[in-house]
Design a protein around this ligand. Structure first.
Ligand SMILES: Cc1ncc(COP(=O)(O)O)c(C=O)c1O
Length: 418
């Protein structure tokens, strides 16, 4: 994995930083990046800083609740991103995005540096965000009533968006150690195409909520089975930059047999840009003609500020990302210690990627929805496992992208409900 610029001295850091407005272009890096972007971003904001936020994570619950649920991060923006956005606002550069070309170039360079994967930029298209991009891909290769295979427990909007698009969910649950279960997958594939209709496998790569990072061998097996059944794969790779030390992200489109697939990529999860809408659809060589049928207008749903932010993140956000990954790595180890100490009956597999932890609370005797109990009695907001499909009952999802202090206090509060 390539690393970014040389590391300079760590000066005193203010959470939001003094953001200069006198640069050459939106995303030109400056010396201040070197000072701040190598410091663990998860240790830079206080609870008071965070409570001033107006986004979903911080506003959905009363102030006495610690929120470790929705996938937003308790970190300041990477300096190059903050600077690019600040400059655009200062200059009133808030119009329409011209197209996704700059975003595709920035993604291609990032993918080459980090994953040794060559993105064919001419086979990409700007989409408003990852989930709307998924829906567009479904529209290109399936009709209402056709099947979409998912691997529960999985990101709840996979169900909501697929059903809203009039497609039918077919589940192929994950198997042992939260890995793809190929006999369940084969069975689901066979059911999905039983009536001779097209179908899509909506793959979560890496997997939310378990943090499973699929291996090349596993993805090749997916490609082989999908081909055998005539199923098209749509790979959601929004968590790809968040693969942690010890694992390696394998882009689905880089595996043998994946030429007729699609992938969705975005800087939004790794740089905390969910409020800055923009994502890219990428087609394999055999699906490029399908992607070309998508109306160009779909890209108008991306915001210009989103494109500016994502380009800056992918071009100049490596140092910040590496510091973040080190912070998440630290927190995933801290969580093991905290659970050992306070909640030894909660089981989990340490995530290989993402900043999410999937906790098996079935031994606690809190019923199918322990998140409801942790919220009501412990004043900690987690995601209920019930929303993640088959296999979610008795589980909760915890967001590790916070400070070690908040994580420690959250687990301590969870233990008080017992
Ligand atoms: C697997 C997965 N896909 C998509 C999204 C949402 O992405 P977007 O906001 O770009 O639609 C998330 C958000 O957490 C996610 O975890």
């Amino acid at each position: 994995m390539a690393r970014g610029r040389t590391v300079g001295p760590h000066g005193p850091v203010h959470p939001t930083g003094g953001i200069p407005l006198t640069l050459q272009s939106h995303d030109t890096p400056a010396r201040t990046d070197i000072r701040t972007d190598t410091v663990n971003p998860l240790r830079r904001l206080t609870l008071d800083d965070l409570r001033r936020r107006t986004s979903m994570k911080w506003r959905a619950h009363p102030d006495d609740v610690l929120p470790l649920w929705v996938a937003e991060m308790d970190a300041p923006l990477a300096e190059p991103v903050a600077r690019a956005l600040t400059r655009a606002v200062a200059e009133g550069d808030t119009g329409y995005p011209v197209d996704g070309a700059e975003y595709a170039d920035a993604l291609a360079a990032f993918a080459e540096r980090r994953w040794n994967w060559r993105v064919e930029t001419e086979h990409t298209a700007l989409v408003p965000d990852v989930m709307l991009g998924v829906v567009e891909m479904l529209g290109l290769v399936t009709d209402p009533g056709d099947a979409v295979i998912v691997n529960p427990p999985v990101y709840p909007p996979f169900y909501a968006f697929v059903e809203h698009a009039g497609r039918r969910i077919v589940e192929a649950p994950l198997g042992a150690e939260h890995r793809l279960d190929f006999s369940a997958l084969e069975d689901a594939y066979a059911r999905a195409v039983a009536e001779g209709r097209p179908a899509v496998h909506l793959l979560c790569n890496p997997h939310n909520p378990t943090g499973t990072v699929h291996t090349r061998a596993e993805l090749e097996r997916v490609a082989e089975l999908a081909r055998e059944h005539g199923i098209r794969v749509v790979s959601d790779e929004i968590h790809a930059p968040l693969v942690l030390p010890g694992a390696v992200h394998v882009p689905y489109l880089s595996v043998r047999g994946s030429d007729d697939a699609f992938a969705l990529l975005s800087a939004s999860k790794a740089w905390n840009l969910a409020g800055c809408k923009a994502a890219l659809a990428v087609a394999g060589p055999e699906s490029a003609a399908d992607l070309a049928r998508m109306p160009e207008e779909v890209g108008h749903g991306a915001s210009h500020l989103g494109v500016i932010a994502h380009v800056a993140a992918l071009r100049y956000g490596d140092d910040w990302l590496d510091a973040l990954l080190a912070g998440v790595d630290e927190n995933r180890r801290l969580l093991v210690e905290l659970l050992d100490r306070h909640l030894p009956d909660v089981h989990h597999r340490t995530p290989q990627g993402t900043y999410l932890a999937w906790l098996d609370c079935r031994a606690l005797g809190l019923g199918d929805d322990p998140a409801a109990v942790f919220l009501e009695r412990g004043r900690v907001a987690l995601n209920s496992g019930l929303d993640f499909g088959t296999g979610g009952a008795g589980y909760v999802r915890l967001n590790l992208a916070t400070s070690p202090e908040i994580l420690t206090e959250a687990v301590r509060r969870m233990a008080t409900v017992l």
